[in-house]
Design a protein around this ligand. Structure first.
Ligand SMILES: [Zn+2]
Length: 275
């Protein structure tokens, strides 16, 4: 099933899909194994810096191989694409979905660039995500008090034709320095105003209640990056300081297990297991 079709179904049925960033083979394995164990679909995301780190070919080949091996329903997505050139490179490699992030530009510029991305991705049948509003990036001020306006979201989706829209409802990238003020009421209004699937960036460190509330109020894709990195590295640091073992094949697996546990936990929060 095409990702844009699934997201559109999820919009109707008020469900959300977990979109997890991977950084290397180990985090990829941890994420996909969780999807296999719970038999849940998952979006595998790559940011530009992860593509630079692994190489586009290597990252895509690893992801495709492991999807086959675990026999899971998974899609490849470009997270925070900064240019149409990068989008093209990814789509040519078979990505199912791309994000064009012109959220720091003016509304008009954002519309212009995002519309181009939609037209461009059409022939690939790919899902296109854009962002409207201020979702603080790492190192930026987290509390802006700026939230996406429902009217703007409606107009933006009409003008661009994007399938998915990342909205600013009080979340930020990275971990939260202070308890964020998440406006589920605004989310609910945006959800009613637009046919696009809504995306939550900055899923790391949000409470279970907020995540559940976000899904109930119209979020269809939840991005998780920082928490995965942090979980993996914390365990790895602990292991390395408590062992003389130099066989990396023995040191890495418990850190991979931690990633699997984290992803399973998030998947269950988003959609509890039927008993
Ligand atoms: Zn993001």
């Amino acid at each position: 099933m095409l990702l844009k079709e699934l997201l559109s179904d999820y919009k109707q049925t008020r469900q959300a899909l977990l979109a997890a960033n991977f950084y290397n083979f180990e985090t990829l394995k941890g994420i996909t194994r969780a999807a296999a164990l719970l038999e849940r679909p998952v979006i595998l995301q790559l940011s530009e810096s992860s593509i630079d780190y692994m190489g586009l070919d290597m990252a895509v080949s690893m992801a495709r191989s492991i999807i086959r091996e675990y026999d899971i329903n998974a899609w490849l997505h470009l997270d925070h694409g900064s240019s149409l050139e990068l989008l093209q490179r990814c789509l040519d490699k078979g990505f199912d979905s791309v994000m064009i992030d012109a959220s720091e530009k003016s509304f008009e510029e954002n519309v212009k660039i995002s519309s181009k991305a939609v037209r461009f991705a059409e022939s690939y049948n790919a899902n296109v995500e854009a962002e409207l509003g201020y979702v603080a990036k790492l190192g930026q001020k987290q509390e802006s008090g700026e939230y996406t306006k429902p009217d703007d979201a409606k107009r933006f989706v009409e003008l661009t034709g994007v399938n998915a829209l990342a909205v600013a409802i009080g979340t930020a990238h990275g971990f939260y320095k202070r308890k964020p003020v998440i406006r589920l009421d605004i989310l609910n209004m945006i959800s009613k105003e637009t046919p696009a699937a809504l995306v939550l960036h900055g899923g790391s460190g949000l409470s279970d209640e907020i995540l559940k509330g976000a899904v109930i109020n119209g979020i269809n894709k939840i991005n998780l990056a920082t928490e995965t990195k942090n979980t993996f590295m914390k365990k790895l640091k602990f292991l390395l300081t408590h062992t003389e073992e130099i066989d990396l094949r023995k040191v890495f697996p418990p850190a991979i297990d931690e990633v699997t546990d984290l992803i399973k936990k998030k998947m269950i929060i988003i959609k509890p297991i039927d008993v």
